[in-house]
Ligand binder design. Structure first.
Ligand SMILES: [Ca+2]
Length: 449
């Protein structure tokens, strides 16, 4: 949980875990439905981009966003006593082949954690732009620590690269963001967190599966109950894996017979690489590259759902961040403008989809991918310290109400910018002859009024 970043309005640091609970993407087939919050580092095949459109679209496109659950979920009611549920769950675990010994050791005397419930249901509220978010998370400290780690553990990283095709910088970027290489894994009893979330009505099905996976990890001897210390959100180890991912993807890379993602650096490197490969990593291809955009461009093409060959972007005047010419080849890439045309600009390649799969918060994904490029030697982001004005949450709500009245389907007027809102914004920008970069501004809102 502790990721070294600054405090937010709620008084707590934002961690990747919290962000993961507030994720989003703007891949094309997404739903603007916050009901799926918290399904992260998803186990679905990477081809399936049915990612939920959630809060972090707002984080990335807007300075203001509310974090955590929507009111419908927060309002669900638990009708069963915890002890009744626990008894039933234990029987379920037995039926699934978990030993009595593990069930007794891990769930004996288990009680509900009110702290987890309140953390999980809190209506957080914080203001972040992509620029300030990435400043806090993709730090110089983490870049240097990543480089040191790669040097120190070179043989493991090279073996992982050979076997899974994943570069050391990509593994290291996630490792740094998730736990600062094991410094910040959280101090919460994970079994208690998982049991509480599995009992609670909000994401019961998801977490019953996670709790069962955690029991199986103990049962097969990878971890002891006493090892299960981590985040209140139930994630495990130095790269913060959900138990199902641990169970299904953990690799014993040091050959001691068990996969230990808390203590074995080799296992952490091998497992993270294997999981990234599972999410669809393409060997030898780039993931993200900062670029410079010209003053004029068909801005409506800047969307993760749209890819063009690099040569096409070159023809439109996109250049390397240092101003030199891009490679003129057929490599497909999307133009990613997290804060509109005046903010930082990136070409996102096919491998970037892995980042969005890892964490469907686009802000997190872009930050993690950017940190990996920095560890790999890319220069600091241009315009990193420039804040691009956007609308406040109330401004976005007003914008959404107006768009809705005009017949656009923007979902609920909740102040959160998802794919539908972005699309409507882009349509209106085109109509008014404004640069159609999908980033809502005060100028657009004035015109709409
Ligand atoms: Ca091992």
């Amino acid at each position: 949980m502790s990721c070294g970043q600054g405090s937010q309005g709620s008084g707590d640091p934002i961690s990747p875990i919290q962000l993961r609970h507030a994720g989003t993407s703007f891949y094309p087939t997404l739903r603007e439905n916050p009901a799926t919050i918290g399904t992260l580092k998803r186990s679905v095949p990477p081809i399936n981009y049915r990612l939920s459109i959630l809060f972090l679209a707002a984080l990335i496109f807007l300075p203001v966003v509310s974090a955590l659950p929507n009111s419908a979920e927060a309002a669900c009611t638990n009708t069963e006593r915890f002890s009744t549920w626990l008894k039933r769950f234990k029987q379920h675990a037995r039926n699934q082949g978990v030993s009595n010994r593990t069930i007794r050791a891990a769930l004996g005397g288990m009680t509900l954690s009110k702290k987890v419930l309140s953390r999980d249901r809190r209506q957080g509220f914080f203001a972040q732009t992509f620029a300030s978010f990435s400043r806090k998370l993709a730090t110089e400290h983490r870049r240097k620590a990543g480089i040191r780690k790669i040097k120190k553990l070179r043989s493991y990283f090279e073996r992982a690269r050979k076997k899974y095709g994943v570069p050391p910088e990509v593994i290291t970027g996630f490792w740094a963001l998730e736990s600062d290489f094991g410094v910040g894994m959280g101090k919460f009893p994970v079994m208690k967190a998982l049991a509480t979330l599995a009992y609670d009505c909000r994401r019961k099905e998801l977490f019953e599966g996670e709790l069962l996976a955690a029991l199986k990890i103990i049962d097969r001897g990878d971890l002891r109950v006493s090892d299960m210390i981590g985040s209140w959100a139930g994630e495990l180890g130095q790269t913060q894996f959900l138990p199902t991912h641990y169970l299904n993807h953990a690799v014993d890379f040091d050959g001691d017979g068990h996969a230990n993602l808390f203590k074995s650096e080799a296992d952490i490197i091998g497992t993270t690489a294997a999981f990234i490969q599972h999410l669809g990593w393409r060997r030898g291809e780039p993931w993200l590259q900062e670029v410079r955009v010209p003053a004029k461009l068909p801005w409506q093409e800047a969307d993760l759902s749209i890819q063009h060959p690099r040569s096409k972007w070159t023809a439109w005047g996109v250049r390397n961040a240092d101003g030199s010419a891009l490679k003129r080849d057929s490599m497909p890439a999307s133009l990613l403008l997290p804060m509109g045309r005046k903010g930082p600009a990136f070409l996102a390649y096919n491998n970037f989809k892995v980042y969005v799969e890892w964490n469907n918060s686009l802000t997190y994904a872009t930050t993690a991918a950017y940190l990996a490029t920095r560890i790999a030697g890319a220069p600091t982001m241009r315009g990193r310290n420039r804040d691009i004005p956007g609308l406040s949450a109330s401004g976005v709500r007003e914008l959404q109400r107006i768009l809705s009245r005009r017949g656009f389907d923007v979902g609920k007027a909740d102040g959160i910018i998802g794919a539908k809102t972005r699309k409507a914004v882009r349509t209106m920008q085109l109509k008014y002859g404004l640069p159609a970069d999908s980033y809502p501004t005060a100028a657009l809102l004035r015109k709409l009024r």
